[in-house]
Unconditional design. Structure first.
Length: 360
């Protein structure tokens, strides 16, 4: 019965994660269409400091979709392993790219289409081989997890490395190396996901009628979550201000997801009882999603033409076209009538007489 309930919770978390990606991906399209409508009307654009978008219902619809998606993502952590929920967040990028090409007339080149396919395949593999975390059904059990020496060492390492990146590496290399600020966001983000997981458990207990509001751990997790999200937003905005979005987005996704998977494996022992094929499947699915996101972002503005093919493929294409042209000019010898030798001789003599007449 417990295993069936756990499996049902897993599917609930999976459904919430997929719904979250759909709502978040669609929210970008609605807000973009609202901003474009304002631009056509000649209103002040948001990039120029205007706030006319607050009067556009499409923008508010996009904001509502974003809120619903984030709420679904928050709830998904209470039911499914973080190792599954976090990588599936990449599907919001896929949804946004597909809807942009459909409703915003933004071109999705062949690299983007391949990236979308890879993201779907990688997500499917990760769902099939998703790890099962240890049962954490109350704040008391969550408190025991947080007291684990392995997690304490991990949290201390995250905090110390983040402080070194902020105060030592940031002033020296933050303007030239994209990894500095993105690593801060990713490391702190792994702790924020743990806070979200604990708050999700607290909400489940609250809805079941338990006096969760009297528990200090819930409030501590809430304060830690606010601090972690504030740090993430601050340094992610710094990275986006200095470097291109097409560079920051895939790098941030890879580092953030890797950090969350490490934290979740230490805190919830998700990988402890996994067999080898599930471990390989999870890692392979994650790397496939990474490849898809990289193709979708890194080459989204690059037009794909035959000139971009490798030289040996271009040579093969040229030879093929040449053979087609020669086949069009000359019929096959099997369909040509065979002329007698004397006819050939008379035909050549007539051609020579015609050439002499033209020279005269």
């Amino acid at each position: 019965m417990g295993a069936a309930g756990g499996r049902a919770g897993f599917y609930v978390g999976l459904g919430l994660a997929l719904a979250s990606s759909a709502f978040i991906g669609g929210s970008f399209i609605l807000k973009k269409k609202g901003l474009l409508r304002l631009c056509r009307r000649g209103r002040a654009r948001a990039g120029q400091g205007g706030h006319a978008y607050l009067q556009e219902w499409l923008w508010w619809a996009g904001l509502l979709c974003m809120g619903v998606g984030e709420a679904a993502n928050f709830a998904a952590y209470a039911f499914a392993p973080a190792t599954l929920v976090t990588p599936l967040g990449a599907l919001s990028v896929l949804v946004s790219a597909v809807l942009s090409s459909t409703f915003l007339n933004e071109q999705l080149n062949v690299h983007g289409k391949i990236g979308c396919i890879l993201s779907i395949l990688g997500s499917t593999v990760m769902v099939i081989h998703a790890p099962q975390e240890e049962e954490v059904s109350s704040l008391e059990s969550m408190a025991e997890k947080l007291k684990d020496p392995g997690f304490i060492v991990f949290a201390v390492c995250v905090l110390v490395s983040s402080l070194l990146l902020i105060f030592v590496a940031g002033p020296r290399y933050g303007q030239s190396n994209v990894l500095v600020y993105v690593l801060v966001c990713s490391a702190i983000g792994s702790l924020s996901v743990s806070c979200v997981k604990g708050l999700g458990i607290a909400l489940k207990e609250l809805f079941s009628g338990k006096p969760v509001l009297k528990e200090p751990l819930g409030w501590v997790l809430l304060v830690c979550l606010v601090i972690c999200i504030s740090v993430q937003i601050n340094y992610l905005n710094k990275a986006l201000d200095i470097f291109n979005t097409s560079v920051v987005t895939p790098v941030y996704y890879v580092l953030f997801t890797t950090s969350v998977m490490m934290c979740s494996a230490i805190l919830f022992k998700e990988w402890q009882h996994m067999v080898l094929d599930n471990i390989i499947g999870t890692i392979s699915g994650f790397l496939t999603i990474v490849s898809g996101i990289f193709l979708l972002h890194a080459f989204r503005d690059m037009p794909f033409t035959p000139d971009l093919l490798p030289l040996f493929l271009q040579q093969g294409r040229t030879d093929l076209h040449a053979s087609w042209r020669s086949a069009d000019r000359h019929q096959s010898c099997q369909h040509q009538p065979l002329l007698p030798s004397e006819d050939k001789g008379s035909q050549s003599a007539e051609e020579e007489e015609e050439e002499e007449g033209e020279s005269m």
